[in-house]
Design a protein around this ligand. Structure first.
Ligand code: HEC
Ligand code: HEC
Length: 413
């Protein structure tokens, strides 16, 4: 489906985890992780030993200097040696940071985001992109001519909306938060529970959903055919068979693949620009990949492993269970990618968390105690400084999503 999606990350993950089917077993993940940690551990230990040796040598030199200046009793010399001590301290702080950077740059789970995968059978031509944009904003795709994709995925709200869960077609709150469209084309499966295989398939869901746009595709096709200019737009977009459900899905999906945040300072950093991130942001990334263990799930391209976990939210969403029927999937949701994250509050599939600060507090306390919480979610014991560092890193991923506006609609003068 995703023509070019099989990147070296997938390959690496394959080596690392075995077949992707193994992922659902969390105990397998844990033991694989332990293996990896063991191997990395040995290297890490050697590095630490070297570091300790160096540090010991530096300290003994400082002590020797201090001793000799004491014996002469001269103030100026004492000041000199104090200054020397400061310089050494700065050097070692700098050395420590360099070591953190080296470790981060060699971490295979941190991968700069490449181009969005485009299926071979749905190339992004200019005419198709305009058609997709038109359909995205066209309220006539709904049963009451009032709802378009834009109603719940607003460009100026990070292609999500500022409410916990969506408003149903007939009024009232829907069961889930409207996720962002930003970078949705990088996922291997769409929707919070992964029930759509592609953006092409996903796009038709909300049109037919009685709670969302409430328009049967059988009625929609003749309705669009009757609007002057639409059929021509489909033909111009390369759809020889004109207006069909499949072509509607393809055009909207192609349009959505432009809605991306890429090349953030985080990506530039991973490509070797060591000063693309500030010291605080680097410390935050180091926590993300270390003590805070976010990388266990938010890893690889787009910072999602495309697997499903129950992170312990206090709700009764069935999650992935609805698709697999597997008890262990109760409340399991696909790992969210984190690009564009500053634009897409509120957070989580139930929209229950308002800010990124609160997201960090949530993970810090080890979730809210759902009975099926993944064993990978545990208390983190982050200090306030560490929380601030982690937040600084998350903000780096925000970027600036492109803003698309409603184009001229066919059939309206
Ligand atoms: C009434 C609100 C509403 C409307 C209208 C709506 N959506 Fe959504 N959209 C949602 C909700 C809620 C979800 C998550 C549903 C779920 O996962 O069960 C979603 C999921 C998605 C996703 C999946 C993102 C991901 O992370 O995998 C995409 C893409 C998307 N919508 C695009 C569209 C498009 C295109 C349209 C118009 C054809 C549309 N939506 C119309 C509310 C809406
Ligand atoms: C066990 C896997 C796992 C770990 C560990 C994990 N996450 Fe998540 N994360 C998820 C899943 C799954 C979701 C989607 C949950 C939902 O929406 O119900 C998510 C959602 C999020 C969201 C909200 C995204 C959105 O668009 O609403 C943020 C932000 C986030 N995680 C950040 C972090 C940070 C920071 C850490 C480390 C402190 C972390 N995650 C650790 C799996 C994980």
């Amino acid at each position: 489906m995703h023509g070019t999606a099989f990147s070296h990350v997938d390959f690496y993950m394959h080596l690392l985890w075995g077949s992707s089917d193994d992922h659902s077993s969390e105990s397998a993940i844990t033991s694989d992780l332990e293996m990896r940690t063991l191997m990395e551990g040995e290297l890490e230990n050697m590095r630490k030993l070297l570091f300790i040796l160096l540090a010991a040598m530096t300290i003994s030199i400082i002590v020797a200097c201090a001793d000799s200046s004491d014996s002469t009793g001269s103030d100026t010399e004492q000041n000199d040696s104090a200054a020397q001590g400061d310089a050494d301290q700065n050097d070692s702080a700098q050395g420590e940071l360099e070591e953190i950077i080296d470790n981060l740059l060699s971490n295979e789970l941190l991968v700069p985001l490449g181009d969005i995968p485009v299926p071979d059978d749905n190339p992004m031509t200019e005419e198709k992109l305009l058609l997709g944009q038109t359909l995205y904003f066209d309220t006539r795709l709904s049963g009451n001519d009032e709802v378009s994709c834009m109603n719940c995925h607003l460009p100026e709200l990070g292609y999500g909306e500022r409410r916990a869960t969506f408003e149903k077609f007939g009024g009232g709150d829907g069961p889930r938060n409207s996720p962002t469209v930003i970078n949705a084309g990088y996922y291997t499966l769409n929707f919070w529970d992964g029930r759509a295989d592609s953006l092409e398939e996903q796009a038709l869901g909300p049109i037919e959903n009685p709670d969302e746009m409430n328009m049967s595709l059988d009625e929609l096709i003749p309705k669009l055919q009757a609007i002057e200019g639409y059929e021509d737009m489909f033909i111009a977009a390369g759809f020889e068979d004109g207006i069909t459900a499949e072509n509607i899905g393809k055009a909207i999906a192609a349009f959505e693949r432009q809605i991306v945040v890429t090349d953030t300072p985080y990506d530039q950093f991973l490509k070797g620009e060591r000063d693309a991130l500030s010291e605080q942001e680097i410390r935050g990334l180091n926590l993300f990949a270390g003590k805070a263990a976010c990388i266990t799930c938010h890893q690889g391209e787009n910072l999602s492993d495309n697997q499903f976990y129950n992170i312990g939210l206090d709700n009764d969403d069935e999650g992935r269970f609805a698709i697999t029927g597997d008890e262990t999937d109760k409340g399991a949701i696909r790992t969210a990618g984190l690009y564009g994250i500053t634009h897409t509050a509120p957070y989580m599939s139930d929209g229950s968390i308002e800010t990124l600060e609160e997201v960090i507090d949530y993970y810090d306390r080890g979730g809210d105690g759902h009975p099926n919480t993944s064993p990978l979610i545990t208390e983190l014991n982050l200090t306030d400084d560490e929380k601030a560092d982690l937040l600084a890193f998350l903000k780096v991923l925000g970027g600036e999503p492109p803003i698309f506006t409603k184009p001229e609609m066919p059939g309206t003068e």
